[in-house]
Design a protein around this ligand. Structure first.
Ligand SMILES: O=C(O)c1ccccc1NCC(=O)[C@H](O)[C@H](O)COP(=O)(O)O
Length: 261
């Protein structure tokens, strides 16, 4: 069983329990459910740097990254740094995140927020909206085409942007459909955990121009972004490179300043 299969097996149990704990109606009645969302795709289209900075305490590939940072400060710091959006990992077991992290980030900044989660049920999309997200992630490797269609159309009906993540051309061909806003190519091979920017470069020309292209994982230098931009990438999802430092916001600020030179 690979890591995604393991995560999904646990996620199915978790979602079943969460549904019993907080009924759908209660999510729909939350104050944030009425909030006007901000489009990350639009922000990326109009940005020169395109940084989506992530809050990530730990991960299956790196174990502990940083448990000493506080989400409130990280979100404020990222906003002050001038990032386009923030990604908040909400999985607890593998990444040490939570929906409370999303709520805290929402309370501390006005950035478009991506709920970084392993979505396998529409219930999690309602949670994303109720806890202040603007964007959801769908992972092609764990969903059928019919599920991608159902989940992305549901998200759009709630005015959420959809970022669809692929690891290879087969997943891309399976997933392309008009209800997606952004197509993300993950540079991390989830079998070996090795990262290679070549993945983004190879797949880029198969991505139709109607979608905002995002390169994800393993981006740790300004040079990496300068290599990816000619392939049409407008968004760059960066987690560990900022989160491993003492002040993630300041690290993002320095990174963006260097990128703009
Ligand atoms: O990061 C992992 O080890 C990982 C393992 C299994 C599934 C997903 C995983 N990461 C999620 C992400 O997509 C990354 O957190 C995100 O792209 C940022 O990556 P990085 O800049 O390399 O921290």
């Amino acid at each position: 069983m690979d890591i995604l299969q393991k995560i999904v097996t646990d996620k199915r149990i978790e979602v079943t329990l969460r549904k019993q704990l907080i009924p759908t109606k209660q999510l729909e009645q939350s104050i944030l459910f009425e909030r006007k969302t901000i489009s990350l795709a639009n922000k990326l289209k109009n940005s020169t740097s395109g940084i989506i900075a992530e809050h990530k305490r730990r991960s299956p590939s790196k174990q502990v990254i940083n448990h000493n940072l506080n989400v409130f400060d990280v979100a404020k710091g990222y906003e002050n740094a001038g990032v386009c959006g923030m990604s908040v990992l909400t999985d607890g077991k593998y990444f040490g995140g939570s929906l409370d992290d999303l709520l805290t980030a929402r309370a501390s900044c006005n950035l478009p927020l991506l709920r970084k989660e392993f979505i396998i049920d529409t219930y999690q999309i309602l949670e994303a909206k109720a806890y202040g997200a603007d964007v959801i992630l769908l992972i092609a490797a764990i969903l059928t085409r019919a599920e991608i269609k159902q989940f992305s159309e549901f998200a759009k009906s709630l005015h959420l942007d959809v970022l669809l993540e692929v690891h290879n051309q087969e997943e891309l061909q399976k997933a392309i459909m008009p209800s997606l806003d952004m197509l993300g190519v993950n540079n991390r091979n989830l079998k070996t955990f090795k990262v290679s920017l070549e993945t983004s470069k190879t797949i880029s020309e198969q991505i139709p121009n109607d979608f905002v292209k995002v390169s994800e994982s393993g981006i740790s230098s300004v040079e990496a972004i300068q290599q990816l931009q000619p392939y049409g990438y407008k968004g760059f999802l960066i987690g560990e490179n900022f989160m491993k430092t003492e002040n993630a916001g300041n690290s993002a600020k320095q990174f963006i300043e260097e990128l703009k030179k």
